[in-house]
Design a binder for this molecule. Structure first.
Ligand SMILES: Nc1nc2c(ncn2[C@@H]2O[C@H](COP(=O)(O)OP(=O)(O)OP(=O)(O)O)[C@@H](O)[C@H]2O)c(=O)[nH]1
Ligand SMILES: [Mg+2]
Length: 372
């Protein structure tokens, strides 16, 4: 019969009835192996392109979000996946109304999107809200503000809200948004809003990817105050004067008359649509249904006269050239040999030791020689 002395630990003897202690180890692992296992398990397996496409087409918003993240990623391997997803989603896209919304900060864009968005969902629509804000001017507070201002909408199953891709060149941000539109359409969203702050170049980018361009204005603030350039008014298919409520109502109606006569001065549009000026209160949901009705009127007119298709086709052509331009530039500027030579040439130009034209020519020559 074994005695207690045969064991390292007395408690390991089967005859021992007290507390058991495990045999010690020379040095404990620095990471709890159980925790490490749990951590590794948590990491999501990478979806295949087909998984992405299947998920998007079935309207799975989690997978849609992951696909959009691929579109937005700067990593070449993500971009490769993104392009394959887009290509497979393309035949299932295009069937939405794409609405561009712009207006200066505080014009009420977020409140308006919430109000019109809820109206659309109540009618059985599915809405995706995207944004273009390449300036990254928007403070964190404003993004938080959006969450509270679009509180109802963000809780809706039939709404998908995606903030602007993080800061980059406008061309890059716009391309990503355009690709995201395709994914959202393939996921079954039949109305797409694209919001931008009316202060910069981004309106032109938004205008070139939407069917209808809506300018939100405030009454009582002069054009200069609102920072709206004539060119932007000229792009608008409609102007909505927001905050037409309370003591502001009269001013809004007056502004409506003024903008109507201002729009008359612009040449007729190719779409045969006469831009309209509406008043609304996004906060009190007034005039919102009328704006949706107007949009639908525009859709049936332009589908009938074929402007709808022609416009989409010329936009597609425009984006082909934009993508080429953007990718050529990226290819040039991201090369290490160019980066080096660019810095040197910049120095020479700044010191008046080389003309800008010669520097550009030298750099391009280096580029063309090295890519052969
Ligand atoms: N009285 C009134 N106030 C409104 C209306 N629409 C928006 N507001 C208020 O105006 C303020 C700005 O509205 P937002 O919807 O955040 O404006 P925004 O254009 O999204 O602003 P940014 O996101 O900063 O560009 C908020 O305090 C809103 O409650 C409206 O129709 N009537
Ligand atoms: Mg906002």
């Amino acid at each position: 019969m074994a005695t207690f002395d045969d064991h390292d630990h007395v408690e390991n003897n089967p005859a021992f009835k007290g507390l058991k202690v495990n045999k010690g180890v020379a040095s404990a692992p620095s990471v709890n192996p159980d925790a490490a296992k749990r951590f590794l398990k948590k990491r999501k397996p990478q979806l295949s392109v087909d998984d992405f496409v299947k998920g998007v087409l079935s309207g799975n918003v989690t997978i849609l979000s992951q696909a959009v993240t691929m579109v937005e990623s700067a990593k070449p391997e993500h971009q490769k996946i993104a392009q394959q997803i887009i290509e497979k989603c393309l035949p299932h896209s295009g069937k939405s109304i794409r609405l561009g919304i712009t207006g200066v900060p505080g014009a009420g864009k977020s409140t308006f999107i919430e109000s019109l968005g809820m109206h659309i969902i109540e009618q059985g629509g599915k809405l995706a809200v995207l944004a273009i804000d390449p300036s990254s001017e928007r403070s964190k507070g404003s993004i938080l503000g959006d969450k509270t201002r679009m509180e109802k909408l963000s809780g809706e199953q039939d709404a998908y809200i995606r903030p602007s891709p993080s800061a980059g060149s406008l061309g890059g941000v716009a391309r990503k948004t355009r690709e995201t539109i395709i994914l959202c359409e393939a996921a079954g969203f039949d109305t797409i809003f694209i919001e931008t702050v009316g202060v910069g170049q981004s309106e032109t980018a938004v205008h070139s990817m939407v069917d209808f361009f809506l300018l939100l204005m405030l009454a009582g603030a002069g054009d200069e105050l609102q920072g709206i350039k004539r060119g932007i008014m000229e792009m608008a298919d409609a102007i909505a004067i927001n905050k037409a409520d309370g003591s502001n109502l009269q001013k809004a109606t007056l502004a409506q008359t003024e903008y109507k006569s201002a729009l008359h001065l612009f040449p007729p549009t190719k779409s045969e649509w006469t831009p309209e000026v509406k008043t609304c209160s996004a906060l009190y949901h007034e005039g919102i249904a009328e704006i949706w009705e107007m949009l639908n009127k525009y859709v049936s007119l332009t589908k009938q006269n074929n402007y709808w298709n022609n416009n989409r086709r010329s936009q597609a052509k425009y984006w082909m050239y934009e993508s080429i331009n953007e990718q050529l530039k990226d290819h040039f500027y991201q090369r290490d040999d160019i980066k080096q030579s660019l810095a040197e040439n910049e120095e020479l130009v700044l010191n008046d030791e080389k003309s800008s034209f010669v520097a550009a020519k030298d750099l391009l020559e280096t580029y063309f020689k090295n890519i052969k």
